[in-house]
Ligand binder design. Structure first.
Ligand code: AP5
Length: 218
């Protein structure tokens, strides 16, 4: 089974993708995580990617499509959760082609619906474990022991460079201009499943589980 988690910055895509990976054995493919890794490579491409991400703009289609293609080659068979990809119509078309080339198809697009005020609160309170990637929030999901990851025990907890009010404004603008047209695109293909992303994390997970069970998850 291959699914997309679609939604604006802070909608909860990463949080839900990590749960699905654990619960359903699917592989999370987060282009944001891949690009954050690429920016530390010390290459010219890495420096360009870092500047674009810090400003809150979208990285070019060819770079992200190339990253996804590499991952699809290496993890065939288990099914994927696309987290933060596709973000443009060109990326959506490329994904369809790539999956078809691997004899696969897209099974569902889960749209996480959240209003903008909630997004600002979520982004401004978020921190993540730099070692295992677990996602926390100052108010809604703090780590049990301050400064220590519940999952792996690391003290390397950090905040993202693009989680500031100025970059968030640009990220939201990019979402509404370039990514939100995908909602209509996938609706027309009969693949769209909206969920109430404002509900607590457990409730959102239950809504998604209900959808996947209905359409026949592994
Ligand atoms: P990316 O890393 O994909 O960031 P994003 O889309 O902005 O999404 P976020 O990671 O900010 O949020 P999320 O929806 O995963 O929310 P989370 O679960 O963390 O992309 C970063 C950048 O990379 C882009 O700006 C762009 O430059 C580039 N990029 C990436 N992909 C690209 C592509 N395909 N094409 C071009 N450029 C690309 O949750 C947020 C917070 O809320 C957390 O603290 C969490 O604990 C909390 N929370 C989650 N769910 C709930 C809930 N239900 N109730 C209360 N709190 C909740």
């Amino acid at each position: 089974m291959n699914i997309i988690l679609l939604g604006p910055p802070g909608a909860g895509k990463g949080t839900q993708a990590r749960r699905l990976e654990k619960e359903r054995g699917l592989i999370q493919l987060s282009t944001g995580d891949m690009l954050r890794e690429a920016r530390t490579s010390g290459t010219e491409m890495g420096r360009k990617v870092a500047a674009i991400m810090d400003a809150g703009e979208l990285v070019t289609d060819d770079i992200v499509i190339g990253l996804i293609e590499e991952k699809l080659k290496s993890g065939e068979g288990r099914g994927f959760i696309f987290d933060g990809f596709p973000r443009t119509l060109a990326q959506a078309d490329a994904l369809e082609d790539l999956l078809a080339r691997h004899g696969q198809k897209l099974d569902a697009v889960i749209e996480l619906r959240v209003d903008d005020d909630a997004l600002v609160k979520r982004i401004s309170g978020r921190y993540t474990c730099g070692d295992c990637g677990e996602v926390y929030h100052d108010d809604t999901k703090p780590s049990a022991e301050a400064g220590k990851c519940d999952k792996c025990g690391s003290t390397n907890l950090k905040r993202r460079a693009d989680d500031n009010p100025e970059a968030l404004k640009t990220r939201l603008m990019e979402y509404y201009k370039k990514t939100s047209p995908l909602i209509g695109y996938y609706y027309a293909k009969g693949l769209l499943h909206p969920v109430d992303g404002l509900a607590p994390i457990e409730d959102v997970a239950r809504q998604i589980a209900g959808i996947l069970d209905r359409i026949g998850s592994p």
